[in-house]
Write a protein that binds this ligand. Structure first.
Ligand SMILES: [Zn+2]
Ligand SMILES: [Zn+2]
Length: 376
């Protein structure tokens, strides 16, 4: 059978994208989206074995030895500051549509893949909680490898970008509380100045990434929130600082964490303040399996699916990392850049053109029907 003959339904792609765009819902509140997915699957003859309040998964079981998972996230982002409107500003309607088109094409085709297909519609990616939830619910049980597709604004429309190795960064949250002694701004020597201490901390934290870690390995610390004080002439007794750090390699994570602790001790001693540091795990790095990434590129080339050489990792976080810590997998980008200056992911203007989702679905179909060759 010539796998090239199995094609995604482009008309259906348009309809699914439009319907799902209208349903856009917040993380862990994707009720209508889940209902829509389940209803669509049932219409194509598929009943998910696990349906949750939000999210679902199941298997197209062809009695094969290997099971290959395809994951789509299903949540949207707030489109206004008071969070009364949600939109798929990260293109998760693209991810859902591509996976639904794969399942529909497999159901429609008389010939079936030589692997079982596990489909995972995961809630709450944007708050990096949904992957853990689905894994706890058993969605990876019996899975041999996993794939996800995501639209990307920097890649030309419809072209695939497959990166080997580090793909998305480990991303963790930092919260620091500085406590000192309040004093008159004109008499700083009578107190312990948390404002100057925090300013010094922020500046020197950049030395951790530029001087303490191996410069060849990527790493980043950014602070995005600072709050303290109430008047221009009072040095306050408390200040709160929040930020994030990113990395791909565990040694960089260790260096950043240790560096932040030592820096805090130094600043405490110098200024006589107390610094509490709270580091919370966000996402781990998404590391694409090199052999599987190379296999996808071969399948794309064999099937004349256009792709670009793509070696750019992102310092953004993705909870797809939870899956690839447990099984081999690849996170594939599909180009959404229609006119050369596409609005970036998460921006209010971001959109996904239909040819992007058709390209993603086509890649999933060709992969599903060829991946048995990878296992040999
Ligand atoms: Zn996002
Ligand atoms: Zn996303």
């Amino acid at each position: 059978m010539d796998v090239k003959r199995i094609q995604p339904d482009a008309g259906l792609a348009e309809r699914l994208m439009n319907d799902l765009a209208l349903l856009a819902e917040p993380s862990f509140k994707e009720y209508k989206t889940t209902e829509y997915i389940v209803a669509f699957l049932k219409k194509t003859g598929i009943t998910p074995s696990h349906i949750f309040e939000t999210g679902c998964y199941g298997t197209l079981d062809f009695g094969a030895e290997k099971t290959v998972a395809f994951r789509s996230d299903i949540d949207a982002l707030p489109a206004n500051p008071d969070k009364t409107e949600y939109k798929h500003l990260c293109g998760h309607h693209h991810n859902m549509t591509a996976l639904l088109l794969l399942l529909e094409a497999v159901q429609r085709s008389e010939v079936k893949p030589k692997v079982n297909i596990r489909y995972i519609f995961q809630p709450a990616e944007e708050i990096v909680s949904g992957a853990k939830f689905m894994i706890e619910k058993g969605c990876l049980d019996g899975v041999d490898c996993i794939f996800a597709a995501h639209a990307e604004n920097e890649i030309p429309m419809g072209k695939l970008g497959v990166k080997s190795g580090p793909c998305m960064a480990g991303s963790h949250h930092i919260a620091l509380t500085f406590t000192g002694k309040a004093t008159h701004a004109a008499m700083p020597h009578l107190g312990n100045d948390v404002i100057t201490a925090a300013a010094d901390y922020i500046t020197k934290a950049q030395m951790i990434v530029s001087r303490l870690k191996d410069p060849i390995l990527p790493g980043l610390i950014s602070f995005g929130s600072i709050h303290g004080g109430s008047a221009d002439n009072i040095i306050p007794d408390k200040l709160e600082l929040k930020g994030t750090f990113r990395y791909f390699h565990s040694e960089v994570k260790d260096t950043i964490e240790k560096g932040m602790e030592s820096l805090a001790s130094g600043i405490e001693e110098l200024y006589g303040v107390k610094i509490e540091i709270d580091i919370k795990d966000g996402t781990h790095p998404v590391m694409n399996d090199p052999a599987l990434a190379a296999f996808i590129c071969d399948i794309a080339d064999e099937n004349s699916l256009p792709r670009v050489p793509f070696d750019k990792a992102s310092l953004g976080g993705e909870d797809f990392s939870e899956y690839v810590r447990l099984v081999k997998g690849v996170f594939v980008w599909t180009g959404a850049n229609e006119h050369g200056n596409h609005p970036p992911l998460h921006s209010g203007d971001f959109y996904v053109p239909t040819p992007t989702v058709v390209a993603s679905a086509d890649m999933w179909i060709k992969l599903a029907y060829s991946i048995d060759r990878y296992f040999g």
